[in-house]
Design a binder for this molecule. Structure first.
Ligand code: PEP
Length: 249
């Protein structure tokens, strides 16, 4: 049985004051939940997350990392630095990183590797654009994005990773994939992994992300291959995030 995970991606939002209130609410709201809960604030707030969440049921992580261990890479943040701040998870390949910051499949695979080499758990984000879906390319795009990591890291690496299916057309748009659409892609991801290693596939947590709201969460998370969610906008509102976490419970 896979333990469900709900992770909040705060994107470039937050302030010391607002975060403190949000983190305290989330911390208090998840104590009795069986699912795992994590938050991914912007880098500068990881120290705050560490100090407020240490010893609680809430994990924290970062939204990206450098593929390099150290060096002349101005403004980049290494995996070791994230470990210094107690991170457990790190997102890799979020569609905003791919689209706005030019991260290729190869760069994403290198970031995934850097995370695992530092014992961070990468959350590999994959997903198709609207144009790709309409052209019937969803399965091939998602499979290509997953293969880029499998080719470099091998299937065993997925035993200590999470995959998040995030259709680009659903992120921040208010348009959520239907439970059937999500389940179909999640099942295809699991089949691709199972073809290489059935046991890794069976244990792999595959999250759905894209405009998840309290009203849509329970049905999405009730699908056989949906093991929780990666939550953007709703993760910034304590009541909404907690309602989504309860839906995963
Ligand atoms: C995200 O940014 O990963 C995301 C899923 O955002 P939203 O929930 O706002 O669509």
């Amino acid at each position: 049985m896979r333990k469900k995970l709900v992770a909040g991606n705060w994107k470039m939002h937050g302030s010391l004051q607002n975060n403190a209130a949000l983190l305290e609410r989330v911390k208090a709201g998840v104590v009795d939940l069986a699912c795992e809960v994590a938050v991914c604030p912007p880098y500068p707030y990881l120290a705050q997350a560490q100090s407020l969440l240490a010893g609680s049921a809430v994990s924290w992580g970062a939204q990206s990392l450098s593929e390099h261990p150290a060096g002349a890479y101005t403004a980049e943040v290494s995996a070791a630095m994230l470990l210094d701040f107690g991170c457990r998870y790190v997102l890799v390949g979020h569609s905003e990183r791919r689209t706005l910051f030019g991260e290729t499949d190869e760069v994403v695979a290198a970031k995934f590797a850097a995370a695992q080499q530092a014992s961070l758990i990468p959350v590999l984000c994959v997903g198709e654009t609207l144009a790709e879906r309409e052209a019937g390319l969803t399965a091939s795009v998602v499979s290509r994005q997953l293969s880029a990591v499998l080719d470099v890291r091998g299937v065993a690496a997925l035993a200590s990773a999470v995959v998040a299916y995030e259709p680009v057309w659903a992120i921040g748009t208010g348009v959520t994939a239907t439970p059937g659409q999500a389940q179909a892609v999640h099942a295809a991801i699991r089949r691709q992994v199972a073809a290489l290693d059935a046991s890794v596939a069976n244990g792999l947590r595959i999250l759905y992300g894209g405009s998840v709201k309290p009203q849509s969460a329970a049905e999405l998370f009730g699908q056989a291959d949906v093991d929780g969610g990666l939550i953007g906008g709703a993760a910034l509102v304590a009541d909404d995030f907690l309602a989504i976490c309860r839906a995963a419970n």
